[in-house]
Every structure is written in structure tokens, then in C-alpha cells.
Design a protein. Sequence first.
Length: 276
Amino acid sequence: MAEPGRFRAAAVQMTSGTDVAANLREAGRLVAAAAGTGAALVVLPENFSFMGADDAARVEVAEAAGDGAAQRFAEDAARRHGIWLVAGTIPIRHSEGRVLSRSLLVAPDGRVAASYDKIHLFDVSLPASEGESYRESATTAAGEQVVSAPTALGRNGLAVGYEIRFPALYARLGAIGMDVLVVPAAFTVPTGRVHWLALLRARAIESLVYVVASGQWGEHPGGRLTYGHSAIVGPWGDVLAECADGAGIAAAELDMIELERLRRQFPVLDHRRDFQ
């Protein structure tokens, strides 16, 4: 039983491929393992239900909003284990040839409490990896709404992978209220090695929040390599738990009472100013 104001969170790390059913079975195994540690909040990685050779393949497995195998899985898993579950991300049909990259925040009763569509899309050529480039916007429509949702555990700010590079998003999340930032991701190896933990720690420090960041790890269809290193970071920038390589979980205790004490003693959120 969690102490008042304290709860356990877990970030799930996977190596997803093209077999949706197999991916969901593996996600189910790891969510059960996380719940078995006492986790009340569990975060799945970006593209947990499908990672194909390219982004176009995601269009073929896209689900209608509110109906599909990955969405039903998330609702059933949250209900079965009595947890808050972040299922991020699922390709949701948007228009002909395009999807939304959507994270769901599912309550312990299986109800979808909030959803977030990735706003910042991964359109880059990697300077450290010759020939490796991505154009997520070719098949994915950008979301438009910043989302922070209340839960029984605190207020969750929702973001996805690449978006940890955009401080303005977190300034907005901080303005509308956020205690825990959840970041499902599929970070590439070249950028992950140098930027992943540094950016997670920066987001935690600047917003005085806990960060629960869940990553893909390993080699996926088409040869894409993801970095892993799923982590939980405290509001002072300390890495509380990390799953470096392989499938597994990173789990740690989050203390909301201590978070409020820290915010009173170090009131950077009150000192923020908006600039035009």
C-alpha cells in the first residue's frame, strides 16, 4: 500500500516490431511486471503496438479513434491491474494516407481520461549518422492541443519523444499545471547517446516535476536502432531509475509531498514571465 502523497511509477522499455499481436503480448507482460512492483502509474513507449520499416507502414495498421486492438489493450490492462496507464503512442486514422500519433492516459477503471496527439513531428537528418533521415510529417498530422490531465496521483503533462527538445511546450504545461511529465519515446541511437538523459534532466529541473520517460530499445524492421535508457528523473534532476538495455522496466517512488516542499523552497515556477 502506497503512503499518502507517495506512489510508484514505472517506465516500460520494449523492442517493438511489425506483429501487433506479439507487441501487445509483450506490452502486457511488462505492464504486469510493473504492476507487480506496486506501480500505480505505468508508461509504455512510443509506437509500442507497431514499429515498421518506415512511417508509411503505420498508416496500414492505424486504428479508428476509440476502436482498435491497441486501444482495447490499454483499457483492459489499466482495468485489470488497477493502474493509471499511459499508452503512447498509437497510430489513429486522421485523413487519407495520414494518421495522428496519439497517447492515451487510461484510468484504473479502463476509462480514457485524456488523449494527446504529438505536436512536434520528427523531420530530421541525423548529422552523426550518414544517410539516416526521417520525415514523420509525410504520414502523420501534427496535433494542436497541449494536454495536462488530473489524476488521483497528481497532474500529468503529456509529451512524446522528440518533443523533449522544445522548452516552450513545457513552459505551457507548467502554466496549466503539471506534477509528472510522461514521455513515451523511440529515440534514435546517435541522438540518444548525447541528448536523451540531458534533455530529460533539463525538463525535470526547469519545471520542477518528475519525469517518467519510456523508450524503445534495439533493432527494429528496416534497421532502425533505438537507444532505450528508459528513466525516471526527480525534480532536482537526479536519475531515480534507469533501464539501459533490453526489454524491462525502470521503477521508482514519486513523492508529491516532497515535490510541493521543494517548490515552496525554490519557487522558480512563480518567477516565470511570459515574453512576446
